[in-house]
Design a protein around this ligand. Sequence first.
Ligand code: HEM
Length: 126
Amino acid sequence: MLYDDIGKQPVLEQIVAHFYQLVYADSVLCPLFPADRTRVERAQVIFLTQLTGGPRHYDTHDSRMNLAMIHRLLPIERHHAFRWIELMEIAIYETLSNQVVAERLLERLRIGAMNVLRICEAHREP
Ligand code: HEM
């Protein structure tokens, strides 16, 4: 299971902490994010736990755990999506020593980010 290969919750927490450190210092992404960084970080750890096959903390029907529900109203454009992926690549490669595991996780997140972009673009169409 990807969750175990990554190193379970403690390593996911490290990745997420590193990622949001970069996000909140980034001029492209920071303006999109709320002041309450702790809430976003906690939700992201839970989301990634489920995405990688770890224990479920929430019912999957909980709208907070649905990428479309979370992002559809946000003004996310291509440059935001590419920056999000870029910072996630840095956070993951600097945390995980196993490149194969890192790529497996990144592959899913790139797909997720492209889905988020598609959802936001579709929502903005007249
Ligand atoms: C296209 C790239 C992405 C951008 C620009 C982006 C941006 C954002 C922003 C601005 C928020 C804060 C929303 C708020 O005001 O509460 C957020 C929350 C969140 N995002 Fe993304 N996101 C992206 C992709 C993803 C992907 C791929 C995932 C999952 C793998 C994800 C998971 C989450 C989670 C779990 C939250 C927290 C929701 C909560 O507070 O309950 N995002 N994202």
